[in-house]
Write a protein that binds this ligand. Structure first.
Ligand code: SER
Length: 325
C-alpha cells in the first residue's frame, strides 16, 4: 500500500486523487494529524503524527507500506512564528520517515522548496548547485531534510526522491501558512469579492506551478528509471514566474472589475529572500520534466474551478441554513 502523510494539505488532497485514479481504490492510505471532516469513498484513512517514530513504524508495518509520500510539514510563514514546531515536524518528521523507510524497505518522495535558497543565492535562473543559506527556519529545515535524504541514499541505498517546489497554485485544498499563498488567495477573492489586499508588493516575482503539474512532477520523478536520477538532495523545478501585479492583470482579463491593493507584511522579507526564477534543466534532462500549464492556461483553469467551488459552497450553505430553520 502507498502511504501519504500530511494528506489533508494542499498537495496531499490532489496527489491522493491521482494515486487512487492510477492504482485503484484501497491502494492509498491517507493520513494526517486529524481525520478530515468529509471522507471520500475508496480511501483508507488513519491518523498519524510523524514526530512519533513508533507511530510511523506501526502504520508502515500494519498496512504493508511500500512507498511513502511524506508531505506533512509546516510552511514558511507559520515556521517563522513557531520555529520550534517547524523544526520538530519538518526535521524530526522526515528523519523518522527515512529511518522507518530504511527498516521496512520503502521508497520515499519528500518535497523540498525554493525556500532552501536565501538572500545570498543568485536570484535569476537560480542554479541547481548554489548557495543555500536560507533566512527562514522553514528553509533551514528543508536544507537539513535534503541532506538527510542524500545521506540515506548514499549510506543506506534508500530510494528517496525529492523536488524543490516553487509556489503551488491550486483550488481543491487551500495552502496554509505559506509565503506564496497570495497567488491562491487572489483567485478566491477575485471571484468572491472582486477585490484582494495582497500581502506582498505588486513587483514581487516568484517561481510558481499549477497543481496538476506539481502532481505530475511527483509521479514522473517516482516512475523515472533510477539510473537517470543524479540529484539525491532535491531537484530544482519550475513552471513559470510572475509578479503579483502580473497575476492580477491576467485575472483582470477574465474579471475586468477585479482590483488589488498591496499591503506587504512580514512575508515580504521572506519573498524577497527567494529566487525570482529557477533553472530546472536537470529535471528536464534527466526525467523529462515538462510542465503543461503556462500562466494563461493556469489562470483560465483556476477561475473555472474556483467558480464551481464557490457556487458549491454557497449551495451547501443554503441547504444547511434551510435545515436549521
Ligand atoms: N509555498 C511554500 C511557502 O510559501 C514554499 O515552499 O512556504
Amino acid at each position: 500500500m502507498i502511504l501519504i502523510t500530511g494528506a489533508s494539505g494542499q498537495i496531499g488532497v490532489d496527489l491522493a486523487d491521482e494515486l487512487v485514479a492510477r492504482h485503484g481504490p484501497d491502494t492509498v492510505l491517507v493520513t494526517d494529524l486529524r481525520m478530515p471532516e468529509k471522507l471520500r469513498p475508496n480511501r483508507v484513512y488513519d491518523v498519524l503524527d510523524v514526530t512519533y517514530m513508533e507511530s510511523v513504524e506501526k502504520i508502515i508495518q500494519q498496512h504493508s507500506i511500500h512507498t511513502i509520500y511524506h508531505l506533512a510539514g509546516i510552511l514558511s510563514a507559520t515556521g517563522e512564528r513557531y520555529p520550534e514546531l517547524a523544526w520538530n515536524v519538518n526535521v524530526n518528521g522526515v528523519r523518522n520517515v527515512l529511518e522507518a523507510a530504511r527498516r521496512f524497505e520503502c521508497r520515499v518522495f519528500w518535497p523540498s522548496s525554493i525556500a532552501v535558497f536565501g538572500p545570498t543565492t543568485p536570484k535569476v535562473s537560480t542554479p541547481q548547485s548554489t548557495v543555500t543559506e536560507p533566512g527562514t527556519m522553514y528553509g533551514v529545515t528543508k536544507v537539513t531534510g535534503e541532506l538527510l535524504c542524500k545521506f540515506h541514499t548514499t549510506h543506506h541505498d534508500l530510494d528517496v526522491r525529492s523536488v524543490r517546489f516553487p509556489g503551488i497554485i491550486s483550488h481543491a485544498a487551500p495552502p496554509g501558512g505559506g509565503t506564496t499563498d497570495w497567488a491562491v488567495d487572489m483567485f478566491f477573492q477575485a471571484v468572491r469579492h472582486r477585490h484582494y489586499t495582497c500581502f506582498v508588493t505588486e513587483n514581487t516575482r516568484l517561481p510558481m506551478m499549477y497543481m496538476p503539474d506539481a502532481v505530475k512532477s511527483v509521479l514522473d520523478l517516482m516512475e523515472a528509471d533510477g539510473d537517470r536520477i543524479t540529484i539525491r538532495t532535491s531537484y530544482n523545478l519550475t513552471a513559470f514566474s510572475f509578479t503579483a501585479g502580473e497575476l492580477a492583470a491576467a485575472i483582470q482579463t477574465h474579471i475586468p472589475d477585479f482590483s488589488v491593493d498591496y499591503q506587504p507584511d512580514f512575508r515580504q522579507d521572506i519573498a524577497d529572500s527567494w529566487p525570482e526564477s529557477i533553472d530546472d534543466h536537470h529535471a528536464r534532462d534527466e526525467w523529462d520534466w515538462q510542465p503543461e500549464y503556462d500562466l494563461d492556461a493556469m489562470v483560465q483553469d483556476m477561475l473555472h474551478h474556483v467558480r464551481i467551488r464557490i457556487e458549491k459552497e454557497a449551495a451547501e450553505a443554503a441547504i444547511d441554513s434551510d435545515l436549521n430553520d
